[in-house]
Design a protein around this ligand. Structure first.
Ligand code: SF4
Length: 352
């Protein structure tokens, strides 16, 4: 079993959420939220659920697949199919991590025109512990300023700039799925070599992950195939890192730029595309079976569903039972000590 010693087990038994233990046969396609019946994927508001684990370590689907995929879906599925299912079926996530809260706040604010941005960003940081909130708010303000300045520079040499554009959609006939992609910024730009479609993905994390470049590639493919902004030429993707490897906010963002041809894909890009399609085929098979494995590991610490996931709850409950047993044993040793002392005193009195 993996090490989850940093997880908080307090409040575990105080969960008032209704348990949910569907089997594939019992699965329903629609659910009722606020009096309205809707497919699970269309929920604006997510539903609090505590799922039960099947004996084979999986959880069961409640609904049929909508056959839509985003790159986050793909990454989530690769890390833990169970976490992907909970996200895809509209389960309510638990508390966000501080890093997630920062990323969300920065993305929300830079998408707005400057005069509409919040002056007090602490409102966006309610999930951050109060003791850290003021310091985190300062970081968010600096990150917004840095990202906005970089966007302004892009905008000055581009046309048709779209911040937080509508999602691009493309139907992939090989996997028979709809691919959705929503970069932070998209525009028509160019340099001395010619025009290109610029796609920017901003990152507030200190880590540089393989996932970041595969997300940028996915955006480029959907843009290329859907002819985003009516453009059919080269696509330039930019991953814009706002922090260094130690987590310090960079004076000038670090950019990782790549190009994808609007004509034929090169061999490396062909392979990358086949890799994405192979993963989607696995997703399809898993939806077909209706059973999604709960793949635990170090990533559980940052999982949005760690408090409702049955596998993680099992681990947390076992740790809580161990703690209670240890406390009970300590109390019993202390009581035995007192009893012995009382007996010794009684014997001493008798002897006297
Ligand atoms: S806590 Fe771990 S096993 Fe459970 S859903 Fe999240 S990643 Fe998967």
């Amino acid at each position: 079993m993996f090490d989850m010693t940093n997880q908080n087990t307090n409040g575990l038994l105080n969960n008032s959420v209704e348990p949910c233990s569907p089997t594939v046969a019992e699965a329903t396609v629609t659910e009722i939220v606020n009096g309205e019946t809707k497919p699970a994927k269309q929920f604006k508001k997510r539903t609090r659920r505590v799922r039960e684990m099947n004996p084979d370590g999986t959880i069961s689907a409640l609904s049929a697949w909508t056959r839509t995929v985003s790159i986050s879906d793909i990454h989530r599925f690769m890390e833990c199919p169970g976490a992907y299912l909970m996200w895809a079926e509209g389960d309510k996530p638990g508390e966000r991590t501080v890093g997630d809260a920062i990323g969300q706040a920065v993305h929300n604010e830079i998408a707005k025109p400057e005069n509409e941005r919040l002056t007090d960003v602490t409102k966006l940081l309610k999930s951050v512990p109060e003791t850290e909130r003021a310091q985190v708010a300062e970081q968010v303000k600096t990150l917004i300023a840095k990202a906005a300045a970089a966007q302004d520079r892009d905008e000055a040499r581009s046309e048709n700039t779209q911040k937080e554009p509508e999602p691009m959609v493309w139907f992939d006939s090989y996997t028979k799925t709809w691919w959705y992609a929503k970069p932070d910024v998209m525009s028509l730009s160019g340099d001395s070599k010619g025009r290109y479609l610029l796609i920017v993905d901003e990152k507030t994390t200190k880590g540089r992950r393989r996932n970041h470049s595969s997300a940028a590639f996915f955006f480029a493919i959907v843009a290329r195939e859907s002819k985003a902004l009516g453009f059919t030429g080269t696509i330039k993707t930019v991953i814009r890192y706002l922090r260094d490897f130690q987590g310090n906010i960079l004076e000038e963002p670090m950019e990782d730029s790549r190009f994808v041809s609007g004509r034929a894909l090169n061999e490396r890009h062909e392979q990358e595309l086949h890799g994405i399609q192979a993963t989607i085929k696995k997703m399809d098979e898993t939806w077909e079976s209706g059973r999604f494995a709960l793949r635990d590991g170090g990533h559980c610490r940052g999982c949005q569903f760690r408090m409702s996931c049955p596998k993680n709850r099992e681990w947390l409950e076992a740790r809580q039972a161990e703690r209670l047993a240890a406390e009970g044993a300590r109390a019993s040793v202390a009581n035995d000590g007192e009893t012995v002392e009382t007996q010794v005193s009684g014997n001493q009195l008798e002897a006297a």
